[in-house]
Design a binder for this molecule. Structure first.
Ligand code: FPP
Ligand code: MG
Length: 297
């Protein structure tokens, strides 16, 4: 079913411009979590496949722009579009993907078109928050949660909500499922930056702190460290980390329980997500939660 979504995206981009369609071939395809959610919640129909395509196009556009903003050379284990063809091309391909996505979105009922549009506004604010928070060390977990809610969870929340609307299910319950799934997803992503290898991640590991991002495991680690260790961690902020520094951070993350605390929180959010849709007994949606928490990349 996901192949049909991917084929429709390719058709949509081809409709706009053949050159853009060729470029899109070099964009690394991911797990298509959002498309999977649409199809598992709304079932397979012409409308659901198109909604899945629209959301994946917007998501792809946000990643193309994000790689330019983050100056990231790799995406999903291969060269990013900005690394291959430069920043301008990556931005323009992103523009084509999201504007065509919006053009297709207007064919849906107002509640759906509005929910997705509003999510993309918040997504943009979330990215801005992420960049601003990266200016200096952030010790405030609430700011982190607000940022990841906007940057990541909002679009997954809107995806679940709109899929429920499309298939006459309870939109509030599915929105809550999506919100908690999205929050847990980003927390696990931030844990994997610390616990995984470059190969597993398909991008350099332990990159967040060097890039100025004080993710939740780092906020929890700061909370638990005493004077000297705390000073040492502050001294490593935004620095290129050598092998010893990396080992020190990984060890402290484990010993302090910071990583464990994050994983426990992600599990709780996963349980809350499933609680929200318990009336629907959907084993596919249960599996999405467990796979997301247990993944190692
Ligand atoms: C990846 O986060 C980035 C996002 C989830 C959101 C990016 C949003 C924008 C650039 C706003 C613009 C939106 C559109 C539609 C053009 P990350 O950097 O933490 O993760 P990564 O390691 O996968 O890059
Ligand atoms: Mg990024």
């Amino acid at each position: 079913m996901l192949e049909e979504v991917e084929a429709l995206i390719e058709d949509f981009v081809q409709e706009v411009d053949a050159e853009a369609a060729k470029l899109y071939q070099s964009f690394a395809k991911g797990k298509m979590l959002r498309a999977k959610l649409v199809l598992k919640i709304a079932g397979k129909s012409k409308e659901s496949i198109k909604l899945a395509a629209v959301i994946e196009m917007i998501h792809a556009a946000s990643l193309l722009h994000d790689d330019v903003i983050d100056e990231s050379d790799t995406r999903r284990g291969v060269d990013s579009i900005n690394a291959l063809y430069g920043d301008k091309t990556a931005i323009m391909l992103g523009d084509i993907l999201y504007s065509k996505g919006f053009l297709e979105l207007v064919s849906y009922e107002k509640e759906i078109a509005e929910a997705i549009s509003d999510a993309v506004v918040q997504l943009s604010v979330g990215e801005m928050m992420d960049v601003t928070l990266s200016d200096s060390i952030n010790y405030n977990a609430d700011k982190y949660f607000e940022m990841i809610y906007k940057k990541t969870a909002v679009l997954i929340e809107a995806t679940s909500k709109c899929s429920a609307i499309l298939s006459q299910k309870e939109s509030v319950a599915f929105a809550l499922y999506g919100k908690n799934l999205g929050l847990a997803f980003q927390i696990i992503d931030d844990v994997l930056d610390i616990t995984s290898s470059d190969e597993e991640l398909g991008k350099p590991a332990l990159a967040d702190f060097k890039e100025g991002k004080t993710t939740l495991p780092f906020i929890y680690l700061f909370e638990s460290l005493q004077n000297d260790d705390r000073k040492k961690l502050i001294s490593l902020y935004k620095k290129e980390l050598n092998v010893d520094n990396k080992l020190w951070i990984k060890t402290k993350m484990r010993e302090s329980g910071a990583v464990f605390r994050c994983i426990e929180l992600a599990k709780e959010l996963g349980e809350e997500a499933l609680e929200a849709i318990k009336n629907y007994k959907n084993s596919d949606l249960e599996r999405i939660i467990t796979q997301m928490i247990e993944r190692d990349y």
